[in-house]
Write a protein that binds this ligand. Structure first.
Ligand SMILES: NC(=O)c1ccc[n+]([C@@H]2O[C@H](COP(=O)([O-])OP(=O)(O)OC[C@H]3O[C@@H](n4cnc5c(N)ncnc54)[C@H](O)[C@@H]3O)[C@@H](O)[C@H]2O)c1
Ligand SMILES: Nc1nc(=O)c(N)c(NC[C@H](O)[C@H](O)[C@H](O)COP(=O)(O)O)[nH]1
Length: 275
């Protein structure tokens, strides 16, 4: 067993039971399921904000719900964020729960694969990126970057040296992701690259795009941390595109069913299904 780290997070067994029905099944090496178990998860304020303003990171989760998010990371093979989040937050995108690889456990066991959705190759991971530093240090995996352009050889080689890769997909010319990458293609590409479960963490553009009815059948689970604060106007807001019925009357954009709530410290965590 590797050395114990002082920065490792604890998430008690007693809290895990509540989450179990909302998590992907524990994977077997011979599991040939063709779809990727997809969890949409984020932390929001009472006014549906993810951050105080675009381009800034805002701490919303308290210590207990933060530990819960890290436990979720340990239970998925990958974590996906948009490039806006990669640039604004310089996130670690690893799992820091006591006992996973790099935090008291062996190898990289329990460490998810970071996935960054970066169609136009905006993310400069070559300078000061926490994800790559953690991968070099054996405390996380190197990212897969999903793009729509061919990367420079310099970027490709740097990523591949650390164990990551670029996955190039075609921009969609129809449907709710016209001009972007289609989620069916993104999830299929992840499956083709060996990923069986992914938690999509944000940010705003990613969540609002994915919360459209067209994609409801792709999402297996929704887990939202709600923090007791209002961030105020001008934030990065979760609010998917408006929907209307045939006669033009507005109807809710999306709604959860089979909902369960659980307090974690001062926050509450809500789990449900979209379909
Ligand atoms: N509270 C939380 O849980 C949480 C989680 C993640 C991020 N955040 C915050 O959210 C903010 C970032 O959000 P944002 O909306 O600016 O950026 P984002 O992270 O949603 O990234 C947006 C970019 O991702 C790419 N993208 C998204 N959907 C795509 C698609 N279908 N096809 C191709 N490319 C696609 C595009 O390049 C787009 O510009 C930051 O402030 C961050 O701190 C908060
Ligand atoms: N659960 C959660 N609570 C928050 O208060 C918050 N701001 C995020 N934000 C999610 C986003 O993906 C961040 O970029 C990562 O949470 C950065 O965290 P790491 O460095 O990877 O631990 N997520």
């Amino acid at each position: 067993m590797a050395e114990r780290r002082r920065d490792a997070l604890q998430f008690p067994e007693s809290e895990r039971e509540f989450l179990e029905p909302h998590l992907p099944p524990k994977h077997r090496a011979d599991d040939n399921t063709s779809r990727v178990f997809t969890t949409l998860t984020f932390a929001t304020s009472l006014d549906s904000s993810l951050a105080l303003s675009p381009g800034t990171q805002t701490l919303l989760s308290g210590p207990q719900s933060k530990a819960m998010t890290h436990y979720l990371r340990s239970r998925h093979q990958a974590i996906l964020v948009g490039v806006g989040t990669a640039i604004a937050d310089n996130p670690s995108l690893n799992c820091r729960i006591e006992g996973v690889g790099g935090y008291g456990g062996d190898g990289l066991e329990g460490q998810p694969r970071p996935i960054v959705l970066d169609p136009n190759l905006r993310w400069d991971f070559s300078s000061d990126s926490k994800v790559l530093a953690l991968a070099a240090d054996g405390r996380g995996r190197a990212p897969y970057v999903i793009c729509a352009k061919h990367p420079s050889d310099l970027k490709r080689v740097l990523l591949e040296q650390r164990g990551g890769k670029f996955i190039t997909l075609n921009i969609s010319d129809t449907g709710p992701s016209k001009g972007k990458l289609d989620w069916t293609d993104i999830l299929q590409a992840l499956r083709d690259h060996g990923v069986q479960s992914v938690m999509v963490e944000g940010g705003g553009a990613v969540i609002n795009n994915l919360l459209q009815p067209h994609y409801a059948t792709l999402i297996d689970s929704v887990i939202v941390t709600i923090a007791p604060t209002w961030l105020g106007q001008g934030g990065v807001v979760v609010s998917p595109p408006r929907r209307c019925s045939a006669d033009g009357t507005p109807v809710p954009a999306a709604r959860l069913r089979d909902v369960r709530w659980h307090p974690f410290g001062e926050d509450v965590v809500l789990c449900g299904k979209l379909q």
